[in-house]
Design a protein around this ligand. Sequence first.
Ligand code: ZN
Ligand code: ZN
Length: 417
Amino acid sequence: MTDYYAVLEVSRDADSKTIKASYRRLAMSYHPDRNPGDKAVEEKFKAINEAYAVLSDETRRSRYDRFGTVDDNAVFGSDIFDIFASVFGTNVANMSGGRGRAGGQPGEDLEAQLRITLEEAREGATVEVEVERLRACHHCHGERAEPGSAGKSTCPRCGGAGQVRVQAQSIFGAVITARTCPDCHGDGHVIPTPCKVCNGRGRERGTDTVGVTLPKGIDGGYRLRVPREGNVGVDGGQSGDLYVYIEMRQHPFLERAGDDLHYTLEVGMAQAALGATFDVPTLEGRERLTVPAGTQPGSAFRLRGNGMPRLRQTGNGDQVVEVKVVVPTKLTAEAREHLAAYAGAVDETVEEQETVADKVRDFFAGKGKGKRRGRGQARADDQAGGAVDAPGGGGAQGGREEGQATKPDGRGSQASA
Ligand SMILES: [Zn+2]
Ligand SMILES: [Zn+2]
């Protein structure tokens, strides 16, 4: 087993700054471009980058500390030069420019937007995203030369060197400098008969579906890097990366706040006062929640562990259930009577109620229009036509009650799915 701490020449309790500084120092001196052709140096450089990829990432480092291993192919599958470039910046990564020549022209990075659901984020699903990108030309398979033609030949201008020497004037006098060959653009080759489909570019535009595996607990605003899913490279150059920007879809009944999920539970006045047990819908099904007697509006209860997984950590957040006490806006005669009796019992002064005699008088005063009015409307409303339609508000009320009833049902169908 490789001792990553030894490779980076740091102690086991080194902080991230120390690790990065040590990495910079070692990576610069072991960079293959500084030691061309030296296999041992190349191996050492690889080891340094592997070690840094693990120790610079908190999750990987703690896994490595605990288990002595990192089961993460992504580290070792990704190009070690990417790690180098991420620390030093891309310009330094291609230190002599030699890498670009030897490996062809790398493909460009691409960006994509991905909208995901809470459920997908919770389980760490693999979600497909459509990407319009440059891929290898179907006709020449990225070879750039027309199939059946002579293919590539050595560039006559630079003789295959990819560079030409030019004389320039400087304050020190005439100096000879090397420039990239304008004919072959540093490739060292030219293609006398370019592919007719891609005009010798080797690539064509197309739309592909890329599977993106989400880390558990990912939230909107995060950017995921999917290695090698950007534009394809030219002449064997590596494909670019795909950067996926995550956006969360609105959930029908849960609101996300970091690792916690918020749910509003509508509780009746009597239920809040006397206590009641509810079936609260969660992301994974339902949880029983007992609201104790004397619960106040705005009180919150926590369903521990029913929130989102903590990104790159262990455990889950909670589901926070916020109590909304619903005051009835429409009462049956019986309910009104009981409520008035309750008010009397606790000595609460309430408005005088309409009697049956009042209603009969209202009926005749409004010439029958008033009969559709809800009970308890102020008499002044009588004359206004708009006010007569106000029981439409009562209809909305009914809708709210309905909404309350369908919520657990909706959850039930989800749980069974
Ligand atoms: Zn082609
Ligand atoms: Zn050339």
